[in-house]
Design a protein around this ligand. Structure first.
Ligand SMILES: [Zn+2]
Length: 272
């Protein structure tokens, strides 16, 4: 009887050990690292970060000589320059962590922003962002999306799914520094509500239409949970700058590749 019990115990032990062995193998198998993302060196930028400001890419049929419109060839040349020279387009959240908390970001940082929700942000910009794995932010006046007069919500949702960040460019694209308090609140509320409703985001970033900001607008943006707001004032973004008046670097068609290189490497670039 006793021998039989011992034999049973031995069998149970073997089974347990075998089980453990199998489990270990499975664990090993599932712990096999997937293709690890390449490690990007991080640093706190000493001289600030260039936040590039784009509008339309392609051809403005109504105004073919509009200097704010960047040709597709120029745009692609600029993005290839960033890729070939190991620049790292970062998110607005990363820019915020640097500007407000002096946190490290990937080396050779740059921020890509696209204003107004032109259809070419979908047709030209999105494929390039996907190809290079670049982060960028698109500032949408949400009224235009409601009307389908520029990018519609279906396209914007697709851009978000492709990894592009979407943020507010107000509701009607009117100067928020010239609005009464009630109008201003209503403009911000509608834009925040629609971004939530269509994209499921609690938006924290704002771009002033026509670059117009003032103290009242900044106070209102804070109430609506905005933590960075972008102007059209020229200059790089630095730690300690006012987060409600972030400077940007204009990119228009007179910016050739030599001048572009200056704009992303020094704040003392040649004006065009
Ligand atoms: Zn605009």
């Amino acid at each position: 009887m006793r021998i039989w019990k011992l034999a049973c115990m031995a069998l149970v032990c073997c089974a347990l050990l075998a089980g453990c062995g199998t489990e270990t193998k499975q664990e090993t198998a599932s712990a096999t690292p997937k293709q690890a993302a390449p490690q990007v060196e991080m640093a706190v930028p000493k001289k600030g970060i260039p936040v590039l400001m784009y509008h339309m890419i392609g051809v403005d049929k109504n105004d073919p000589n509009n200097p704010a419109v960047v040709t597709e060839a120029h745009f692609k040349e600029q993005m290839k320059f960033l890729k070939d020279n190991d620049f790292h387009p970062i998110t607005l959240q990363q820019l915020y962590e640097y500007m407000v908390h002096n946190q490290a970001v990937p080396v050779r940082p740059v921020v890509l922003t696209f204003d107004d929700g032109y259809p070419d942000t979908y047709s030209i910009v999105m494929p390039v962002m996907k190809e290079y794995g670049f982060k960028c932010t698109v500032f949408i006046p949400t009224y235009d999306a409601d009307q389908g007069t520029r990018l519609n919500w279906k396209q914007i949702e697709e851009m978000q799914a492709a990894g592009m960040d979407i943020a507010s460019h107000s509701y009607h694209h009117e100067r928020v520094n010239q609005m009464g308090g009630n109008t201003l609140s209503s403009e911000l509320q509608k834009s925040q509500d629609e971004l939530k409703q269509h994209l499921g985001i609690t938006n924290e970033f704002f771009c002033y239409p026509y670059g117009g900001d003032n103290a009242a607008a900044e106070a209102a943006l804070k109430k609506f949970g905005i933590k960075l707001a972008f102007t059209m004032d020229p200059g790089w973004a630095h730690y300690g700058d006012n987060p409600y008046a972030v400077q940007r670097i204009w990119i228009g068609n007179p910016v050739d590749i030599g001048n572009f290189k200056q704009r992303v490497t020094t704040e003392q670039y040649e004006q065009r």
